[in-house]
Write a protein that binds this ligand. Structure first.
Ligand code: DHB
Ligand code: FE
Length: 282
C-alpha cells in the first residue's frame, strides 16, 4: 500500500515566486527567508517522495466567485501553471496523478466528504510557490506527481477548521488504501498571518504565527477547535487560509516530530513559514 512519509507546510505568497523569477533570492531582503527553506529542500532530496498532495486555495484565477467549490480534487494527468497577469513563468507544467485523484475522490465520498471533481484546471501561486520552495526549480520536469486538493478559503461561507482537520484524516485513509508502494507527502499551504484588504489591510500577527507553528505540531486539536472568526481575528482575513495546514496535520499521526520549522516576517504582506513534520512511528 502507498505510504505517507511526511507532512510539509509552506506559505504560498506570490512575491516569493516573483523573487525567484527575478533572481532576488540572495539579496538582503530575501536571503533570510530563502535560507530557511534549504532544510526543507534537503529533506525532500533525502526522502524522495513520489507524489505530493498539495492542499491550497485558488485565488480567483481558475475558480471565480461565480463558482466556488468548498473542496475539490484534481483528477487530471497534467496541470499548467496559470499566468496571473505578469506573463508565463519559467517553471514546467505539473504531472498529475489521475489514478490517485479518482481514488481520493471516491475514498472521500466513502468517508462522508463530497468533493468537486476537477479534470481540467490551471494552478496558481497557491501550488506553484510551495512546490518550488520544496523541490527547487526543475529545468524540465518536477520530481513528483501532484494531486491538487482545493479548499475554499476565499468566498464565505468557508469550511470550519475542524472540517479541514477531519478532511486530513480522510486523506490519510485514501493514501493508505491506494494500491502500490508510492511514497506520499502532503503539503499544507497558505499564511501565515496576513490581511490584504479592508480596514486592517497590512495586519500581521507574528506572536500568533509563532504559537501556530508550535501548536500545529504539538496541539492541532486546539487549532481545529477554533472558529472561522477566530482565524480571521488572529491571523487576518487572508490568514484564514492557515486552516489548510490542518488538512496536512490531520493526515499525519497524532505524534509527530518537527524536523524543520522556519518563520520570517514579512514576505510581502505576510508572515512566511516552512515546516517539515515526520510521524514519530516512522
Ligand atoms: C499575499 C499572500 C498570499 O497568501 C496570497 O495568496 C496573495 C498575496 C501577499 O502577502 O502579498
Ligand atoms: Fe493565499
Amino acid at each position: 500500500m502507498a505510504k505517507l512519509i511526511g507532512g510539509l507546510g509552506s506559505s504560498h505568497v506570490p512575491s516569493i515566486g516573483a523573487a525567484l523569477d527575478k533572481g532576488l533570492s540572495q539579496n538582503a531582503d530575501w536571503k533570510p527567508f530563502f535560507d530557511g527553506t534549504v532544510a526543507g529542500q534537503d529533506w525532500v532530496k533525502a526522502h524522495k517522495p513520489d507524489v505530493a498532495v498539495v492542499v491550497f486555495n485558488d485565488h480567483g484565477n481558475a475558480f471565480f466567485l461565480d463558482k466556488v467549490p468548498t473542496f475539490a480534487v484534481g483528477c487530471a494527468e497534467r496541470y499548467e501553471p496559470i499566468d496571473e497577469g505578469w506573463g508565463p513563468r519559467a517553471i514546467p507544467a505539473f504531472e498529475g496523478h489521475a489514478a490517485f485523484g479518482w481514488h481520493l475522490a471516491d475514498s472521500l465520498v466513502e468517508n462522508r466528504f463530497d468533493p468537486m471533481i476537477v479534470q481540467e484546471i490551471e494552478v496558481d501561486h497557491g501550488m506553484q510557490v510551495p512546490m518550488e520552495l520544496f523541490f527547487g526549480r526543475p529545468e524540465t520536469a518536477w520530481p513528483v506527481k501532484v494531486v491538487p486538493l482545493f479548499v475554499n478559503v476565499i468566498q464565505y461561507p468557508i469550511p470550519l477548521p475542524a472540517r479541514c482537520y477531519e478532511l486530513g484524516h480522510a486523506l490519510r485513509k485514501a493514501i493508505e488504501s491506494f494500491p502500490g508502494d508510492e511514497r506520499f507527502v502532503v503539503i499544507g499551504t497558505g499564511g501565515l498571518s496576513h490581511q490584504l484588504q479592508g480596514a486592517r489591510a497590512g495586519f500581521i500577527n507574528p506572536e500568533a504565527d509563532r504559537e501556530f507553528l508550535v501548536d500545529i505540531a504539538a496541539n492541532p486539536a486546539k487549532l481545529a477547535a477554533l472558529t472561522r472568526q477566530d482565524y480571521v481575528r488572529l491571523y487576518g482575513s487572508e490568514g484564514a487560509e492557515m486552516m489548510m495546514w490542518l488538512v496536512m496535520r490531520g493526515a499525519m499521526d497524532e505524534a509527530v516530530r518537527v524536523h524543520h520549522t522556519h518563520y520570517h516576517v514579512p514576505a510581502s504582506m505576510t508572515g512566511a513559514a516552512m515546516m517539515v513534520l515526520e510521524n514519530v512511528a516512522g
